[in-house]
Design a protein around this ligand. Structure first.
Ligand code: GDP
Length: 325
């Protein structure tokens, strides 16, 4: 298909599906600078797992551009214990929104995947071509399979229907509005919450799971939203695009950074009874870099901003989990 690039968002009706989630909320913030009309809809009004509801809402609201940032997400425990929810909900959200977008003539759609779509033992840094070249990580295979189906729908709709739909794969994201619930959160919000609590109650130690040796990549969610808007405007291809910072840090160094930001002077205690997970998880960002995009928020600055946000919102923040991306 031939697309007119750049795709202009100005004066367009832009639907952010999943606006209450980490990425969706960041997209709404970022789109304020685009002079477009941002559309959102709550779950009670339109359950994205129901095709009839999605079609009716899109018929009535006629978005011209769509960011599919809605998903059922959760950490390793939630994924592993509720496989049917993770597979069914994410399959339905992808299929319903993509099909309704075709039916209602959406001009451009960006589908959000995740780097867990890549094989468990993919070569590092993980290139987009690694998709479907090996077995998935078993604990999150349900989520990953649904996201892979979404990517394939996007590709199939481009080929068969000429729809200008694209897919992006964000790395580990963090920022305001993240899930800080210690049982289901990822490492960075967990370290922020634990260190904040240690400072608040004068504790001498902060516990860090595992050996501290695994390497992870982090991207601030506002940088991610900026990259997604950039892709929406400048990219049109069936090839997926990784969205990351291209930089990795060990969990031990990350914990030390959080302590510095928090002004915590106690000790880090590593708990080897907790799993390390995969030793390294870094995406290859060459494709995104070639499109002229770079992250702007340094990790320490992003952690400081997120720490301040958590300090102000921690009572409500800890209750959020298991919902949109
Ligand atoms: P992963 O990237 O899919 O492995 O997920 P996580 O973000 O949950 O974990 C990343 C790494 O951080 C793993 O090696 C964890 O053991 C380590 N880690 C250290 N402390 C914590 C913690 O308090 N919570 C979580 N979730 N991970 C932690």
């Amino acid at each position: 298909m031939q697309a007119n690039l750049p795709y202009a968002l100005r004066n367009k009706r832009v639907w952010v599906a999943g606006h209450r989630g980490l990425v969706g909320a960041a997209l709404v913030r970022r789109l304020a600078a685009e002079q477009c009309e941002v559309l959102t809809v709550g779950r009670t009004e339109c359950d994205l797992r129901r095709a009839v509801a999605v079609e009716a809402w899109m018929d009535a609201n006629r978005p011209q551009a769509v960011f599919v940032a809605a998903a059922r997400v959760g950490g390793i425990y939630a994924n592993d214990s509720r496989p049917a929810d993770f597979l069914y909900d994410n399959l339905m959200i992808a299929a319903n929104v993509i099909e309704a977008a075709r039916r209602t003539g959406v001009e451009k759609l960006l589908f959000l995947g995740s780097t867990c779509i890549y094989p468990r033992l993919a070569k590092q840094p993980m290139n987009e071509n690694a998709l479907l070249t090996g077995p998935l990580e078993p604990t999150n295979q349900w989520y990953a399979l649904a996201k892979i189906a979404g990517i394939k729908l996007v590709q199939a709709y481009r080929r068969q229907h000429g729809c200008d739909f694209i897919s992006a794969m964000p790395t580990n994201l963090y920022g305001p509005g993240d899930n800080f619930d210690l049982r289901s959160s990822h490492v960075l919000p967990a370290l922020i919450a634990k260190t904040h609590d240690a400072v608040a109650c004068g504790a001498k130690t902060v516990e860090v799971w595992g050996s501290g040796r695994p390497l992870r990549e982090f991207l601030h969610v506002d940088d991610c939203a900026d990259a997604l808007v950039h892709l929406m405007k400048t990219y049109s291809s069936e090839d997926i695009v990784n969205v990351g910072s291209g930089q990795e840090i060990s969990i031990a160094d990350l914990a030390a950074l959080v302590c510095r930001v928090a002004g915590f002077r106690g000790a880090l205690v590593f708990d080897p009874s907790k799993p390390d997970g995969t030793p390294r998880k870094l995406v290859d960002v060459a494709r995104l870099t070639a499109l002229g995009w770079r992250p702007r928020i340094a990790l320490e600055d992003g952690i400081a901003q997120t720490y301040r946000w958590y300090a102000e919102h921690r009572l409500s923040a800890r209750k959020r989990h298991l919902e949109a991306v």
